[in-house]
Design a protein around this ligand. Structure first.
Ligand code: FES
Length: 139
């Protein structure tokens, strides 16, 4: 018996329960990630990481990018690495100065704002604090 035939043969409460289960098990069509952005609290040594403008690293579910020279917080951005559409890891696109999701092509600004869908929610932005050559990412 084919799945469709089986489902068609169900009646009453059994059919209702199966309908609920099938809905709960189906892939989300809403297009937004249900995984919350991670909580971050880690440090990065700027003597050995993020030395050049345009460089990036991923740590603890966060992508950190050097946007400008100098070790000040405004020289960096830190956002969640999981795309808000379906959770694919985004990449820093230095030539366009934005984040690009390789899965369906969403783009995000350096401040995490959606600039092209299908993602509809902004990326979580993390706090960047720098003391000497130690960067601390929190949020
Ligand atoms: S997962 Fe679909 S655009 Fe990122």
């Amino acid at each position: 018996m084919e799945r469709r035939e089986f489902l068609g043969s169900l009646t009453g409460p059994v059919a209702a329960v199966c309908a609920v289960c099938m809905g709960a098990c189906s892939k989300s069509s809403g297009g937004s990630s249900s995984t919350p952005a991670p909580v971050a609290n880690f440090t990065i040594d700027l003597n050995s990481s993020l030395l050049t403008v345009g460089s990036s690293i991923v740590q603890g579910g966060v992508i950190v990018v050097r946007l400008a020279s100098g070790n000040t917080s405004t020289s960096f951005t830190a956002v969640q690495v999981a795309c808000t559409h379906e959770g694919t890891s985004i990449n820093w696109n230095a030539s366009k100065n934005n984040f690009l999701c390789p899965n369906h092509g969403s783009t995000f600004s350096t401040s995490g704002a959606v600039t092209l869908g299908p993602a509809s929610s902004n990326l979580k932005v993390y706090n960047v604090n720098i003391s000497g050559t130690t960067m601390t990412i929190t949020g």
